[in-house]
Design a protein around this ligand. Sequence first.
Ligand code: CP3
Length: 366
Amino acid sequence: MPTPATSPASSAAPAASSGPAEPHAPGDSDLVRAARRQPVSRTPVWFMRQAGRSLPEYRAVREGIPMLESCMRPDLITEITLQPVRRHDVDAAIFFSDIVVPLKAIGVDLDIVPGVGPVVARPVRAAKDLDQLIDLTPEHVPYITEAVRQLVTELGPTPLIGFAGAPFTLASYLVEGGPSKNHEHTKALMHGDPQLWDALCARLAQISGAFLRVQAEAGASAVQLFDSWVGALSRADYTRHVQRHSATALAAVKDLDVPRIHFGVGTGELLRLMGEAGADVVGVDYRVSLTDAVERLGPDYAVQGNLDPALLFAPWDALERRVREIVEEGKQAPGHIFNLGHGVLPSVDPDVLTRVTALVHEVSAR
Ligand code: CP3
């Protein structure tokens, strides 16, 4: 079990709109408060891909079980999601799943190939290929609801972050058929057949939004929309072909009072547009400083980020300096959640993550 968060600020100021929050309830945690741009007791921290191959206990429980199967077993989802919370004392759990799980759940023929990523049997290239993409309903993913409920009970005051892939990033896997460096088929479809692109993204926005909603309704305290590969686009393409679909996905949980985090890699030029899609928090990768990000975003958004995951391999002195700088820069933001600029690399020493978490907590204590 995670240790209960100590949050001196929590008893003084209940969360704004989630009703009479219990002191030490997840809705009143530093993570949720930072996302809402409210005062915190210290900068909250979690790591993208904190659950995964960097942890020996993860490798042990996953032994012999394919990735997608492990995402459909509530017992395993719960155990894997809790592992990094127990180990690092992070301020949030990220639900263990994958962005392609909802696609698998509605019957898309795909697999997650170790060392490669998602691979799709029948890539989307023509209108007939959209038949694979039916609406997602909670009945498609009972194991998600069950796992979230179990987790919320186990986690107590520690918030659970639910997530989904954004339409562009999901479309990229579906159109390319697998991971892609240049996204050439995706961009060719976007520009060559904008109507089909729109129809594809509209379906993905429903699926993505419904997947977020299932998690939020089962008790997740925040959600993150991962548009990992959207940094491949210009502002014009993002505005014309992507933003409204991400907005639809985020709007699916608007009435549920869970803060919404919107993240992408290489999205320095898109930060404002990603905020305007309906986010409370905009994820910043390590290519743009938090100072620049805050200047671009203005006062209406909290930020999340932005330690370069490769710096976890640097000598402690260098890493410590950078962590302190990021915490300082984050203080200029209306709200700051400490994270990496992208996911934990599998070969990282997990003890370094524990040490970074403790350092952020220590230097940011108010
Ligand atoms: O701790 C967490 O962050 C929670 C779990 C999580 C996974 N995938 C587990 C996973 C999350 C949030 C994701 C999201 C995801 N999946 C994204 C967006 C985030 C990002 O990194 O940009 C993307 C693009 C995917 C697609 C995907 N799935 C990739 C590229 C891979 C890696 C392939 C590989 O083997 O290197 C996966 C597989 C995957 N998803 C693993 C994990 C822990 C590794 C599989 C394993 O452990 O066997």
